[in-house]
Design a protein around this ligand. Structure first.
Ligand code: FE2
Ligand code: FE2
Length: 334
């Protein structure tokens, strides 16, 4: 890949009539794409590019904060103080990821209030994986290992996304996600080396989270019409199936170290295509969960609404403090 050229022509410099500004903006945008460089918030960008990014980044932000719920449920039931502290830190990291991503989305001209309203009204999507229940402590291991693991596979290429604020947010997020994956792996390793019951609990959690984690990469390439455009815009770098195949290859190696198995007897490396293959996935289930009919969709949104209402006083206090500070600044200036 060409070195990132972070210098791009600001929109103001291309100002003239709106038509000539659009033509100059488009030319700059095309150049940036061809050079595999970056678009920044003040640069001209096609309306469809802005809309695609806004949808992707806000959905990503929603996934981070809804994703706090299945694990937060286990903080009070973690088996030791050490596990409790680690899990709390992880859930807090996810809140931080939501914060970076909402901030990145705001640079595209959408307010955070509007994004939050859409989420709690059930109008916005978030990753289907967080609508599955976390039934046992071993699920904390399987979520970290498989769900954060799939997130890393998906998100490392996004560090090079053509939209600057998104790519930069992803750098820090990916670093934290790799800690999350290791802590999940370590929970499973300890359970796998524990009593037969503990080992069985770890295997059961892997069995339940494996297929939903594979579906996190999105529908098969043939059913993913927007992927091609996202790849042309240097937002997405690899197709859904390509990423899924890489992920399966990673898991095959790691599950051996865990002393567990993947619940899929069709996993194999295809020497001809040089790709890992897996058994069929239930795409009907995926569509049902996305449409709001998964096992925990209603509960997740209800909790999010409650949290939003409970946090109203914090937002009001922050706004009152900001108003007071700005009044003081004006008084000093006068
Ligand atoms: Fe995250
Ligand atoms: Fe994570």
């Amino acid at each position: 890949m060409a070195a990132q050229n972070l210098q791009s022509v600001p929109a103001e410099r291309t100002a003239g009539t709106s038509e000539t500004a659009d033509a100059a903006g488009q030319a700059n945008f095309d150049r940036v794409m061809a050079e595999d460089s970056r678009i920044e918030p003040k640069d001209w960008m096609p309306a469809a590019y802005r809309k695609t990014l806004l949808r992707q980044i806000s959905q990503h932000a929603h996934s981070e904060i809804i994703g706090m719920q299945p694990e937060a449920n286990w903080i009070s039931r973690a088996p030791s103080l050490k596990r409790k502290a680690i899990l709390m830190a992880k859930v807090q990291d996810e809140a931080g990821h939501g914060l970076y991503l909402y901030s990145a989305a705001e640079t595209l001209g959408q307010t955070r209030d509007k994004m939050m309203d859409d989420l709690i009204a059930g109008k916005a999507r978030y990753s289907s994986i967080f609508n599955y229940p976390a039934l046992t402590w071993a699920d904390m291991g399987a979520i970290g290992w498989l769900v954060d693991g799939a997130a890393i596979c998906n998100q490392v290429p996004l560090c090079r996304a053509s939209y600057g604020p998104y790519g930069r947010a992803m750098v820090r997020i990916c670093k934290e996600e790799s800690f999350h994956q290791r802590q999940g792996f370590e929970i499973l390793l300890e359970l796998s080396n524990g009593t037969p019951e503990q080992k069985q609990m770890a295997q059961d959690a892997v069995n339940r989270w494996y297929a939903p984690a594979l579906m996190m990469f999105g529908p098969p390439d043939d059913d993913s019409p927007n992927s091609k455009q996202s790849m042309a815009w240097n937002i997405k770098r690899f197709s859904n199936d390509e990423l899924r195949s890489r992920f399966v290859g990673m898991m095959v190696e790691q599950v051996r170290v865990l002393g567990l198995t993947l619940p899929d007897d069709q996993v194999r490396y295809n020497e001809d295509t040089k790709k890992w293959e897996h058994g069929p996935l239930d795409w009907h289930e995926f569509q049902e969960v996305l449409a709001g009919r998964g096992p925990c969709n209603a509960q997740r949104l209800e909790r999010r609404r409650e949290a939003h209402d409970d946090g109203a006083w914090v937002r009001e206090a922050a706004a009152a403090y900001a108003a007071k500070q700005s009044m003081k600044t004006k008084e000093y200036a006068a």
